[in-house]
Design a protein around this ligand. Structure first.
Ligand SMILES: Cc1cc2nc3c(=O)[nH]c(=O)nc-3n(C[C@H](O)[C@H](O)[C@H](O)COP(=O)(O)O)c2cc1C
Length: 170
């Protein structure tokens, strides 16, 4: 895609805390030829099993979880948080289970080698799914976090993605 160039993780110049926690990202995957996405503000980048990885956390109830489970690859998209705040908030409020929320958001799906991401991204991370872990309540040692974030259960699954490429808007 001409608009984007591929950079290595070493060349990435974004701040993880700013980009995920404050800007927010879109977790996107495909199932049966259709894409779904959801906004996320929890996740990270790092090194695991001797490769560069990205991770994100998806609650059991999210429609996106079905797409993450059915696909071997997914993307994390980072549209500018100020410019696209309304769209990011919408995609984090409405479920794709009930409507075509991607179309309604006005954002544009793009594909990199069959992996859906968003054309409005400043950068997007294309991942191969290499791990999935249920965050069981027994493992959440911060009891304030357990009580505060899971009053109704609906625990997260942690998805690990080997970074295939990082697309940066030119
Ligand atoms: C700022 C923000 C951050 C969010 N972060 C997460 C997250 O990290 N994990 C998660 O499971 N849901 C998160 N959500 C909620 C989902 O985006 C939301 O439930 C969404 O509607 C799910 O869509 P889906 O059912 O189409 O998958 C967040 C929502 C917002 C607005």
């Amino acid at each position: 895609m001409a608009e984007f160039k591929t950079i290595s993780p070493e060349e990435a110049d974004f701040n993880v805390f700013e980009s995920i926690g404050k800007n927010w990202m879109l977790i996107t995957a495909e199932k049966d030829g259709k894409a779904n996405t959801m906004t996320a503000s929890w996740g990270g980048f790092g090194v695991l099993w001797s490769t560069d990885v990205a991770c994100c956390f998806v609650r059991e109830s999210r429609f996106t979880k079905e797409f993450m489970d059915s696909s071997g690859r997914f993307s994390l998209s980072f549209p500018n948080g100020e410019k696209y705040r309304k769209q990011l908030a919408y995609l984090g409020r409405v479920s794709g289970r009930y409507c075509d929320k991607i179309a309604a958001s006005g954002l544009t799906l793009a594909y990199d080698d069959g992996v859906p991401f968003f054309a409005e991204s400043d950068f997007a991370v294309i991942c191969e799914k290499t791990g999935r872990f249920f965050l069981e309540p027994e493992g959440i040692l911060d009891k304030k976090a357990l009580a505060g974030h899971y009053p109704e259960g609906d625990f997260h699954y942690l998805y690990i993605g080997k970074i295939i490429k990082i697309l940066k808007k030119q």
